[in-house]
Every structure is written in C-alpha cells, then in structure tokens.
Design a protein around this ligand. Structure first.
Ligand code: ATP
Length: 431
C-alpha cells in the first residue's frame, strides 16, 4: 500500500487534501491523472448502466435534501456505528471493527460502546437553530426514491426499471483510513431497480451477476473478487437480503459494493410520510403494489483503489526495476503517449501533427523531454497502455513505433492507421 500511495502522489493521481496546511484527515484530492482515471471509471459505469440498456434512467439529485427525508429513511435514528474510546491513549475505534475488549493500539481499557450518528449536519439560511438543520447526504439512494414518480412518467418507464445516479456522499466515519478506502467525503455510483415484489430473488441474482461482471470488465482479476452474504447481524435496517462484492485488499477481504434487497421499505415510508401514493399498477397482471427495490451501491473511490491495487506491478527488466500500472486501456488516464525520439530533424513537428490527429479521439500525453527509456518508464507508472515514437524511419516512410506497455513489444504502423489500431486495442470489438 505504501508504495502505491507514494506512486499516486509522485505521478499526480491522488494527494492529501489541504496538504500545505498539514492535511485534513481522510479527505483526498485527485490530481491530473487521478481525475482522468476517476472520470473513466464513472463513465464506464454510467454507460453500462444507462447507455447500453433500455430499462435504466439517470438522475442527478441535490446533496442537500429536505431534512424529513432522513427521518423517514431511518437515518436520523439508525445510521449509527458503535464507538469506543481508549481511556489510556484516547484513540477512538468502531466497536464492531475490533475483536478484543482492550485497545488494539496500546492494550488500555476501553469505554462502553456509545452509538454515534454518521451524518454531517449543517444549517440552511442565516439562522443556526434546530429548525434550519440540514444534512449532507450519507447515500445517494434517497435522491432516487423521492424522484421515483418524477422519473417514471416522463421517461415512459414501467416496472421493472431502474434509476442510476453518481454523486458525492458524506459520512462522519469513526475510523476512516486505508488511503481512499474509507474517507468522510466520497462518491457513490448507485442504481435502484424497481420491481414486482414477487420477482425479488430473480432480480437480486441478476444484478449480483451483472455487477460482478463489471469489475472484471474494467480489468480487475476475478480471483481477487468474491461475494459475501450478510448474516442477520450485519443486515442494514432496510434490507431483507444483502450481498457484498469483496476485493482482496492488502489489508484483507473488504466490501467494494453492496447489492441489497431493500424491499418496499423506502417507498412505503416515503408514501406514509408524504401522503403521496407511490404504489404502482401493473396493467398486465392487474396487480397494485409498492415496488420492491434491488439496489446496487458502489463506491467510486473504492472501485478506483481496487483498479490501482490490482494493476500495480513491479518487474525486473534487464537488471532494473520497472514499476508498471497494468490498468485496463478502457480506464487508463491516457491512452497513448507521443514521443519524438530526439528534439530535432523535424521529429517534434511530426509528433505534434500525430498528437493533433489523435486528440479528438483519445486522451494522449505529449512528452519530448529526457531519454526515451525514462519517458517510457514514466508512462509505465502512469498506466499509459501505448507509446508512439517518432524516429528516423518515420522521416522516410511515415511509420511510427507502437510500444505496448505490458509486453513492451514494439510494432511499426503507418501514421494514418493509428486511430483504427488504437481503437481496436483499447475497445476491442466495441469500437
Ligand atoms: P462499510 O461497512 O465499509 O462501512 P457500508 O456497508 O456502510 O460500508 P454502503 O452503505 O453499502 O457501505 O455503501 C455502499 C458503497 O459505498 C460501499 O460498498 C463503498 O464502496 C462505498 N462507501 C461507503 N462508505 C464509504 C467511505 N466512508 N469511504 C469510501 N467509500 C465508501
């Protein structure tokens, strides 16, 4: 992990927030490469959930919602974790994270567990009193439930259908940590699928499979992924059955996504609280019901961390250590680097011409500084899958070398074939 954290800083993926002020605990900033990687992960999720399907619509709800939403959803009362303090070293822990009754840091005596609500509060308007309290949303899901009718009508959807959303969520976690694995401000990619209650098991199975495939599709090795079913003790207040997709992190198998059968809990509660009829009439089966919801809830930052950990490799090449991020080309921040071998003989001009030709198609990186071997190494660490080098042969026959990041194999291609060669290599059959 330490090596990955340092690579992330060195190459401009992820930095600690407010670093020049000494940093703020568990908040992170994404740098030039990080922001591209994050965008690609989100794009890939968004496309697989909405663009490639007829039955899922998108929304982008606001972070601040009516405070009653969080009473109705059960979060004001129940979105809590048990917290214990060490009487000796004063460290604070989530009681369900530790096995022993003594402090895991110093062996000191622990206080009794107290329940701690994880929602951040703030005030709306000029007066800071109890009536102006609003919450920073702890999950994006509620913004979907309250828009169930707003989306279904205009989108001309019928049950079963889903609503997808990507957005920030905030949790005042008791023990954040493990880099971006658990932070207090993070992003979620959530999809809520509204179904006939009789079909809940079928749809739960369907979404479990779809979501597992997605991680493999963005390049995560399947041997590092598994399902974990929640037992009664783990189940959230709204769930009938729940499965996690877990990843084999350097700090153990941990959740990266939850797939939950939330039953009609949320819509029924919002129905009762607002008096708005959220039931659905199925004109084929002539049944009226409050739809059950199968939720798929993934963390953007956790998915991105999984991609980075899974891609990180150290190799020995001709007696030298090579660090390479073997990111799937689909999500790699830059698809290709363009490198004139030397800074003369018209090579930079040709390289610039190639860059101009490729930019409308791919995120590319132009680099004409330093020895070419060094430039390749930098791009290996950035996870750039292809390197295009303009050399003396280019001057003669308009061909360039294409170096593949993982195998380091080099092949020659005509400049005007580069777009199609890269498209095929990045997107496979989907180009
Ligand atoms: P955990 O048990 O790890 O606290 P959770 O069960 O509370 O997680 P969910 O409420 O199911 O998590 O949230 C869905 C997803 O959102 C998680 O699988 C994770 O990817 C992401 N997520 C939740 N909390 C955080 C956090 N504090 N930092 C980063 N990502 C998070």
């Amino acid at each position: 992990m330490d090596k990955l954290v340092s690579l992330c800083k060195r190459r401009g993926f992820i930095f600690q927030s407010s670093e020049i002020y000494g940093g703020i605990n568990s908040c992170w900033d994404y740098g030039p490469l990080g922001v591209e990687l994050k965008r690609n992960v989100k794009d890939h999720w968004w496309k697989s959930m909405t663009q490639y399907r007829n039955d899922v619509e998108g929304v982008d709800a606001s972070i601040l919602m009516h405070p009653k939403v969080w009473e109705t959803s059960g979060h004001v009362e129940g979105f809590t974790d048990p917290m214990v303090d060490c009487k000796k070293c004063k460290q604070r822990f989530r009681a369900d994270d530790i096995d022993s009754s003594a402090c895991p840091a110093c062996g000191g005596e622990l206080t009794e567990a107290r329940m701690f609500n994880l929602m951040f509060k703030t005030h709306m308007g000029q007066v800071e009193d109890a009536a102006s309290v609003v919450y920073l949303r702890p999950e994006t899901a509620q913004g979907i439930y309250v828009n169930f009718l707003n989306v279904m009508g205009p989108a001309r959807q019928k049950v079963p259908f889903g609503i997808a959303q990507i957005g920030k969520a905030f949790r005042n976690e008791i023990s954040p940590g493990n880099f971006i694995f658990r932070s207090r401000e993070f992003e979620q990619m959530e999809m809520q699928y509204f179904i006939n209650p009789k079909e809940d098991e079928k749809w739960l199975e369907y979404w479990k499979e779809e979501r597992m495939k997605w991680y493999v599709d963005i390049g995560v090795r399947s041997e590092n992924l598994k399902f974990h079913q929640h037992d009664k003790k783990e189940l959230a207040h709204y769930a009938k059955t729940a499965w996690d997709i877990e990843y084999n992190f350097p700090f153990g198998w941990k959740e990266i996504e939850g797939i939950h059968n939330r039953t009609d809990f949320d819509l029924s509660r919002h129905n009762q609280a607002t008096g708005k009829d959220l039931s659905y009439f199925d004109d084929q089966t002539k049944e009226r019901f409050i739809p059950y919801i199968i939720e798929t809830s993934a963390g953007v930052d956790r998915s991105l961390l999984v991609c980075l950990i899974d891609a990180y490799h150290e190799e020995e090449v001709r007696g030298e250590k090579r660090v390479v991020l073997k990111l799937d080309p689909k999500i790699a921040p830059f698809k290709a680097s363009i490198l004139p071998l030397v800074n003369r003989d018209n090579m930079p001009e040709i390289a610039q011409r190639i860059a101009k030709m490729l930019r409308p198609h791919f995120a590319i990186f132009y680099d004409d500084r330093g020895a070419v071997g060094r430039r390749y190494r930098r791009q290996d660490e950035a996870g750039t899958p292809f390197g295009i080098t303009v050399d003396s042969q280019t001057l003669e026959d308009e061909t360039v070398t294409l170096r593949e990041r993982d195998s380091m194999e080099q092949t020659r291609h005509k400049i005007d074939e580069l777009v199609s060669v890269l498209n095929k290599s990045i997107w496979g059959n989907k180009s």
